[in-house]
Design a protein around this ligand. Structure first.
Ligand code: GDP
Length: 488
């Protein structure tokens, strides 16, 4: 088993301070209650209010789950083509978009949005994503049934007339509807189009008036690829509730991702076997996640140099003495550092492994380098590929220290699960430094709407002064993207 949290822990710690429901059968999803054995103990306890809200949410989800009478009632309303106001059960339907990291960030963001609005989160699970994650809510399912009557929602995108932005632009939704003063019937559902290429109309989702109107619509279909939680913190609507849920704001993602994301037994078996074979015996583990984007290519040697410079200058890895050749490890008390490299390519790990295999370290420590897979290319449409990706995110989250790549949502998920403050490998356009330590394990909202919103943006909205204050208090510029914001 893991080595992090043996003995002496409070007995309820397997529930992460009440974050997890005790109602699950252990065997159906071993990772749920075992992850804490492998990760560093989190110094952050969830607030009693968060714990209470999660239990309330679980009860609501059970009551409104697919195939209940209340679900069927809401489906009938959807089929009628209009909304007459909120129903007993109201839903956010998550539409997957882009890679595993993007998906996890948007599941978490959508869940928090649902939680704040007493809506129920249902997810569409495509074939490349089946049996990767356990059900997160006890005694029920979050899977959207295949007979969901909006058949073409996977094609929803920029041009979809039912998107909130397009309905505003086309005046299908007008000021009167927004202010709640008109009796006009509301659309049966609204598509929330929030991927990075959203336009200025779509971004008006982050206005108070939009939030209030959308609360009256039982079905919201949401597509995004970013962690949009920071913008929820800027809405006066949610200020008080978020303060109670997350008194330590910068632990929001950490708590929610550990609540929602649990790999299934097949993935977990791979993770724990790999951990035991390569990492468990080490005195310390370091995760290095190297992501090179096609739209921001970095030559191999530059990236390798940056990783090594970061590791050495920050004292994360020991230097080597290039004048000497390594002999066989002699002393039994030699300290071993295990490095887990996650990358689509094998070259980085090979070169770092070579460096430590050939030369002794100046500290006498031994450094061993491991890489579980090198897939060469992203293949999100392949389930086997996604299993490896999830397994590596998990393994990275077990690390004592973590180095991640700027802009990578894959790294964000690992840091959140582990509660780690990674050293981020910065883009050379951003900084001359090889890396910088993140202020928390919060992900960056890389492409947020402008903030605070100019009052002209949100029709008849008020509270811009409040939002401006929130902007300086609750969010900060990201380490890896000057235009991005993160909860602070
Ligand atoms: P992002 O593109 O870095 O923000 O992260 P995503 O997870 O959204 O998309 C990248 C995808 O490429 C991952 O989900 C994997 O499918 C694949 N990928 C990228 N880096 C790695 C890696 O280090 N290991 C593995 N196994 N897959 C990776």
């Amino acid at each position: 088993l893991g080595r992090k949290n043996s003995s002496s822990e409070a007995p309820n710690d397997r529930l992460l301070g009440g974050l997890l429901s005790p109602e699950f059968d252990d065997k159906s999803c071993l990772s749920r209650y075992q992850s804490m054995l492998y990760r560093k103990a989190s110094p952050h306890a969830p607030s009693p209010h968060l714990v209470r809200k999660l239990r309330e949410y679980e009860a609501l989800h059970k009551k409104c789950a697919p195939n209940t009478d209340l679900y069927r009632k809401s489906i009938e309303q959807l089929k009628s083509g209009r909304s007459d106001g909120p129903m007993e059960c109201n839903y956010v339907v998550w539409i997957p978009h882009n890679g595993l990291g993007n998906r996890v960030l948007t599941i978490v963001s959508s869940f928090l949005y649902a939680l704040l609005n007493n809506k129920v989160l249902l997810v569409h699970i495509p074939s490349d994503f089946t049996d990767l994650l356990c059900e997160p809510f006890p005694g029920t399912s979050w899977a959207l049934p295949s007979d969901f009557p909006v058949h073409n929602f996977l094609d929803f995108d920029t041009g979809t007339p039912q998107s909130y932005g397009n309905m505003l632009r086309d005046k299908v939704i007008d000021d009167e509807m927004l202010s709640g003063s008109s009796n006009a019937t509301l659309p049966a559902y609204v598509y929330l189009h929030l991927p990075w290429y959203y336009d200025q109309w779509d971004k008006l989702f982050f206005c108070g008036d939009a939030q209030r109107m959308l609360r009256r619509i039982p079905w919201l279909l949401l597509k995004s690829d970013h962690y949009f939680v920071p913008s929820l913190f800027l809405l006066q609507e949610y200020e008080e509730e978020l303060r109670q849920l997350f008194p330590e704001r910068a632990t929001t993602f950490h708590h929610l991702v550990r609540y929602l994301v649990h790999p299934t037994n097949a993935v977990w078996d791979y993770v724990t076997k790999y951990y035991r074979a390569h990492l468990a015996a080490a005195d310390e583990t370091l995760g290095i996640q190297i992501r090179v984007f096609d739209n921001f290519p970095v030559p191999f040697e530059s990236m390798l140099r940056q990783v090594i410079n970061c590791s050495l200058s920050e004292g994360i890895l020991p230097a080597v003495n290039f004048q000497e050749w390594a002999g066989p490890a002699s002393k039994t008390d030699t300290k071993v550092k295990a490095v887990l490299v996650a990358s689509l390519f094998s070259g980085y790990a090979e070169r770092i492994r070579d460096m430590y295999a050939k030369h002794p370290t100046t500290t006498g420590e031994v450094v061993r380098v491991h890489q579980p897979s090198h897939e060469e290319q992203q293949h999100t449409e392949q389930r086997g590929h996604n299993i490896k990706a999830l397994a590596e995110v998990e393994l990275l989250s077990f690390s004592d220290a973590l180095i991640t790549s700027a802009w990578s949502t894959f790294g964000y998920v690992a840091q959140g699960l582990g509660g780690l403050q990674p050293w981020i490998l910065l883009r050379h356009t951003q900084s001359d430094l090889p890396c910088r330590q993140a202020m928390s394990s919060e992900p960056c909202y890389l492409m947020p709407p402008p903030f605070p919103f100019p009052s002209s943006h949100c029709s008849k909205d008020h509270g811009d002064a409040g939002e401006a204050a929130a902007a300086t208090q609750y969010v900060r510029q990201c380490e890896d993207e000057l235009g991005g914001i993160k909860v602070f």
